[in-house]
Design a protein around this ligand. Sequence first.
Ligand SMILES: [Zn+2]
Length: 360
Amino acid sequence: MINQERLIKTFMELVQIDSPSGEETAMAQHVSGVLEKLGAKVDVDEYGNVIGKFEGVGEAIMINSHLDTVEPGRGIKPKIDGEKIVSDGTTILGGDAKAGVAAILEALTSLRESGAKHVPIEVVFTLSEEIGLLGAVHLDYSKITAKHGVTFDGEKSVNYITTSAPGYTRVDVTVIGRSAHAGLEPEKGISAIKIAAEIISMLQIGRIDHETTANIGLIEGGSAVNAVPERVLFKAEIRSRDIQKLEKHTEHFQSVFEEIRKKYPEAKIEVVSHREFDPYVFEKNHPVIQQTTAVLKDMGLTPILEPSGGGTDVNIFHTHGIQAICVGIADYSAHTKREYILIPELLDTAKFCEKLLSSI
Ligand SMILES: [Zn+2]
C-alpha cells in the first residue's frame, strides 16, 4: 500500500540531494541504488540517464520524470507546513520534478511489497530537462521498448493531463554593422542597434493565435555611448501546437531578415534558427488517454485534459515514437522560492502510478 510517511521521507531525501542541471551525478547514483534494491535491472546510458526495468505481464509502459532542478537549488531545506512541503524560502523546493520521482519510487516500493501483478515497467529518469530537454534528446532509445508512457512532471494535481504541447523554434540573431566615432565621423558607421530595432519592430511577437506565440526575450549590444554600435545580439523563440503554423511563423521571421538584408547590404545579419522540438497533440479517445482517465476515474478523480504552453520530455519522446502524456505531480509555483508540494495530492500521484502499473 502507498505509505504517506514513507513517501514524504523519500521526497525530503531527494530534494536534499543537490542536482542542478548538469550536476545530477549524485542524484542519478542515488535513484539507481533505490531502483536496484527494488529489483530493477538498472542501466545508465552514455548521457547519464537512468533506466530501470522491471519484468511484468502485458504491454510495457515507460514511466518518466527528470532528476535535475533549476537554481537556486542547492542546500535545500524542506519542511512540512500543514498540508504543504515548502523550502526555507532561500531556495526553490525542487518539487519539479522530485515530487514525480518520489511518487514513482513509492509506487514501485508498494508494488514490490504487495507482490501485485504489473505490466513490464521501464523507468526513465532523465537529466538536464530544465536546460532544453537534453537528457530526453540524448536518451539511448535502443534501450527502450515501451511504445507508450506517462511523464510525471506536470503542474497541479495528477488528474491534470497534458494532451498537447507546442513545438519550439529558437532564433538567435546577430546584427553586425560598423563602428565609428559617434561625434567625429558618424557617417562612417552603420548602427547595429538601429538595424536591430527595425527588424524587431517588423517581427510579429506575442500571441499570434490561440496556439501560436512568439517572443524576443533577450537583447544585448553596443559598446560605448559615443560609438556607433557595431554589434547587437537578440534571441527569440516561436511556439505553436500546429507544426505548419510553427513553420509559417519561422518563415515570417526569415522574410523580415531578408528584407532588412536588402535594405542594408553593408551590414551582416547572421541568423541561427533551430527547431528544438515538434509539437504533439493527442485525441481524446487515444488509448493512452483512455487508460489514464479510467485509472483516475477509478480513484474518484475527474480527469482534466489540458493543452500546455510549454515543452517537456514528452515532446522528445513523441518524436521517437513513444506516445506519452504528462500528469500533475502536486507541485505549485515551480521555479520560485515559493514553490510547494501539496501532500494529499502527492499521495494521489503515487496511488495513480501504482494503479496504472498494475492495471493489466
Ligand atoms: Zn519539470
